[in-house]
Design a binder for this molecule. Structure first.
Ligand SMILES: Nc1ncnc2c1ncn2[C@@H]1O[C@H](COP(=O)(O)OP(=O)(O)OP(=O)(O)O)[C@@H](O)[C@H]1O
Length: 352
C-alpha cells in the first residue's frame, strides 16, 4: 500500500490547470492521510480557481493516479491557494497562453479572405486590409495560405526571408504588418503538389511554429474556391470570420456565393463582401465606367445575408521610388481611403 511520501511523489508533477505549474512548485499538496486497512488515501490540494470544469478534470486525474498505484478509495478536498501564490504565477501563465495564437485564450481576431475563383483580387484585398488595420493602430499579421500562388510577399515588396530563432520562425515585417507565406519556404517558386493532409499541417505549423507575438488581427489569404483548406481553417479556427471578395460581374458573384455558402456551412461569420475592380474612373471627366459589369457585390451580399463593405476602383497604387510595394495603396490614394473605411467597419463590427 502507498505511503505518504509516495503519494506526494506521485502528485508533485501534476499541474494546476490555470497556472500551469506543478503542485510541487505551488506547494499545493496540503495534507495526505492514509488509512492502510481500507486502502483509503485522502489528500487536500490547493488550486488557483475553484468550482470549474478544470477542477473536475484535475480531480479525475488525481484519483486516477492514486487508484492506479494501489488506492482503493480516494478522498479529495480542494482549497483555494493563497492569493500571493496565485498572483506570483498568474501573469506568467497568461503570457504563455498568448504565445500560442490558437490556444483559444488569445484575443486575436482571425479573418479569412476568400473568393470563389482566382484573379479577383483576394490577395490584394488581404494585403491592403492588413495595412489599413495597422494604420488604424492595430497589431496585424498575414498568413499567405494561398498555396496555388503565394503572391503576398511580392505584392508587399518583401525580398527578405524569415529568420529562425530557437525553434520558432520570426515573421517578416513590412509596413508594420507581420507576414508568413508558404512562398518563403519554396525554392524558386516551384510548384508543389499539395495533398489534403499537408495543407492542414502547413496551416497548423503557421500557428504553432511562428512567433507572432501579440496580434489584434490575423488575416488569412485562402486559396480560391471551397476546397479542403476551408475545412482545415474551420477545424483549427472555429471562431474565424470571413470576408468574401468578388468582382462586380454577376457571374463572378455567383461563383463567390459558393465560397460564401461554405463559410456559412462551417458556421463562419461573414463580415461582408468586398467588391473589387468595381469601376474605372476616368481621370479626364471623373466619370465612372463599369467595365466589369455592375451589382455583383450587392447581389452576393444579399444571397449571403450580409453587407457590401466597400468598392475598389480599377486602379494601381501611385508609383513610389523608396518604398516599393506594387500592390499597397497609399493612405491618400482613393483605394487607400476606401480600404481605410472597410477596415474601420471591420473593427467596429468585431470590437464595437
Ligand atoms: N482594384 C484593382 N485595380 C487594378 N488591379 C488590381 C486590382 N485588384 C487587383 N488587381 C490586380 O489583379 C491581379 C490579381 O489580383 P490578386 O492576385 O490579388 O487576385 P487573387 O484573387 O488573389 O488571385 P489568385 O487567387 O490567383 O492569387 C494582380 O495583378 C493585382 O495587382
Amino acid at each position: 500500500m502507498l505511503i505518504q511520501e509516495e503519494v506526494i511523489e506521485l502528485l508533485n508533477s501534476v499541474k494546476d490547470p490555470f497556472l500551469h505549474r506543478s503542485l510541487e512548485e505551488l506547494n499545493a499538496i496540503q495534507s495526505v492521510t492514509i488509512k492502510e486497512e481500507k486502502k483509503h488515501v485522502s489528500v487536500k490540494i490547493g488550486i488557483s480557481k475553484m468550482n470549474t470544469g478544470e477542477q473536475m478534470q484535475l480531480q479525475q486525474e488525481i484519483v486516477g493516479i492514486l487508484k492506479r498505484n494501489g488506492a482503493n478509495t480516494v478522498g479529495l478536498r480542494f482549497e483555494q491557494l493563497p492569493e500571493e501564490t496565485i498572483k506570483k504565477y498568474q501573469s506568467e501563465a497568461e503570457k504563455a497562453k498568448e504565445e500560442t495564437l490558437i490556444s483559444g485564450a488569445s484575443n486575436t481576431q482571425f479573418v479569412a479572405v476568400a473568393s470563389g475563383k482566382g484573379g479577383v483580387g483576394k490577395s490584394t484585398v488581404t494585403v491592403n486590409l492588413a495595412v489599413s488595420l495597422m494604420r488604424l493602430g492595430k497589431k496585424v499579421g498575414i498568413i499567405d495560405a494561398d498555396i496555388y500562388g503565394f503572391s503576398v510577399p511580392d505584392m508587399m515588396g518583401i525580398e527578405e526571408r524569415p529568420v529562425v530563432r530557437g525553434e520558432k520562425i520570426i515573421p517578416v515585417e513590412r509596413f508594420g504588418v507581420k507576414v508568413v507565406s508558404m512562398g518563403f519556404f519554396v525554392e524558386d517558386n516551384s510548384p508543389i503538389i499539395w495533398r489534403g493532409p499537408m495543407l492542414g499541417k502547413m496551416l497548423n505549423s503557421f500557428f504553432t511554429e511562428v512567433e507572432w507575438g501579440e496580434l489584434d488581427y490575423l488575416l488569412l489569404d485562402l486559396p480560391p474556391g471551397t476546397g479542403d483548406i476551408a475545412m482545415d481553417v474551420h477545424e483549427l479556427l472555429p471562431s474565424c470570420k470571413e470576408v468574401i471578395v468578388t468582382t462586380p460581374h454577376p457571374t463572378a458573384a455567383f461563383v463567390a456565393a459558393r465560397a460564401g455558402q461554405m463559410a456559412l456551412k462551417t458556421d463562419h461569420e461573414i463580415l461582408g463582401v468586398v467588391e473589387n475592380m468595381a469601376y474605372f474612373e476616368s481621370k479626364k471627366t471623373g466619370e465612372k465606367e463599369y467595365v466589369f459589369g455592375k451589382g455583383g457585390g450587392k447581389k452576393l451580399a444579399d444571397v449571403l445575408k450580409t453587407k457590401v463593405l466597400g468598392q475598389l476602383s480599377l486602379q494601381q497604387p501611385y508609383e513610389e521610388e523608396d518604398e516599393f510595394a506594387p500592390s499597397v495603396y497609399q493612405e491618400d490614394h482613393p483605394n487607400g481611403k476606401e480600404y481605410h473605411k472597410i477596415a474601420a467597419k471591420i473593427i467596429a463590427k468585431l470590437e464595437g
